[in-house]
Design a protein around this ligand. Structure first.
Ligand SMILES: [Zn+2]
Ligand SMILES: [Zn+2]
Ligand SMILES: [Zn+2]
Length: 322
């Protein structure tokens, strides 16, 4: 091998580029390498780092690149500077901003998302996103969105599905603490049941109910109200301790929580106006029940049962198939 390009003597002991000091290796450069480099858009500057590497100058942008001799001879060497410029354009087309190449993997880069979070992505995916064939999603924002979705249903997002299904997540029920897997789509719509306390969508979406409550002292009270979810939730939420006994006297399913609330509020207003003496002072049951109103004396039982019958006639149950 002849010392055709004996330029190494002109160089200092090291060449600094890419933020790294590369030791120059004083060894000959084969004319075949120079020819190949020229054909592939580069000029050989010198050998560096070790006997396997060359410093190539990109003919497009002038940047120096450390490239394996093997790579030069067997493939198209890549100019990092040109590629980074290209990646920046790709990232922009994908709706993000290229922060930097990933120092650990040459196929990855760090991107700044429109939401302000930085994400690490394979550039192949970013390229597909730039062409509209894929989407780069911010996992921080996604997690926040999913946590909010769960919260709206009374659940807390714990994390990924322990069984590895990408469509499922692990959630805890705020009401009873039960932890279970739920499909994210079902969490969004509330179409699932808690396996422990049974709260869920399979029961009527809403109901107006009349409850018989016995305090530990034996005193009987009536609770008239509505539940947006199911009665089991009311039964679970209502008592402060186990000495309170509750029995459902009647309950009418309602087509929607909104309708249930309208009807229920109207009845409470009427009862407070006509029978103020039958409205129980919250101080009487505050130690036993987690509510502060809508509790009446047993003297209103017949009246309240009549109200429920009227509601039942006005809102006949929906067809089973619905
Ligand atoms: Zn270049
Ligand atoms: Zn984000
Ligand atoms: Zn539960």
């Amino acid at each position: 091998m002849t010392k055709l390009l004996d330029t190494t003597r002109l160089f200092p002991a090291t060449l600094c580029f890419d933020g790294i000091e590369h030791p120059v290796i004083d060894m000959p450069v084969s004319p075949k390498w120079a020819e190949t480099a020229a054909a592939k858009g580069f000029d050989i500057i010198c050998r560096a780092r070790d006997r396997y590497h060359l410093v190539l100058r990109c003919r497009t942008c002038g940047a120096l690149n450390l490239v394996k001799i093997f790579t030069l001879m067997s493939a198209q060497p890549i100019c990092q500077v040109c590629q980074t410029r290209q990646w920046a354009a790709t990232a922009e087309a994908a709706g993000a901003f290229l922060l930097r190449r990933c120092p650990k993997d040459r196929h990855y880069a760090w991107l700044l998302m429109p939401c302000g979070h930085a994400v690490r992505r394979q550039m192949e995916l970013v390229g597909r996103a730039a062409r509209g064939e894929a989407e780069i999603r911010c996992e921080t924002c996604l997690a926040e969105r999913e946590a909010a979705e769960a919260e709206a249903q009374g659940w807390r997002l714990i994390g990924a599905d322990p069984e590895g299904n990408p469509n499922y997540r692990l959630y805890a029920h705020e009401e009873c603490g039960h932890v279970q897997r739920v499909a994210r789509a079902n969490m969004q719509t509330g179409r699932f049941n808690c396996a422990k306390c049974g709260e869920g969508w399979s029961a009527a979406p809403s109901a107006i109910y009349l409850l018989d409550i016995r305090l530990p002292c034996g005193r009987k009270l009536l609770k008239f109200g509505m539940s947006r979810n199911t009665l089991s939730r009311v039964l679970y939420q209502l008592p402060r301790h186990e000495a309170v006994r509750i029995e459902i006297l009647d309950s009418v399913p309602m087509p929607s929580g909104h309708q249930a609330q309208l009807v229920e509020k109207k009845i409470h207003a009427r009862l407070r106006l006509r029978y103020p003496a039958e409205v129980v002072d919250p101080a009487d049951y505050a130690a036993h029940l987690k509510v502060r109103s809508e509790v009446y004396t047993p003297r209103l039982e017949r009246r309240l049962r009549r109200e429920l019958s009227r509601i039942r006639r006005k809102f006949p149950p929906l067809a089973e198939a619905a």
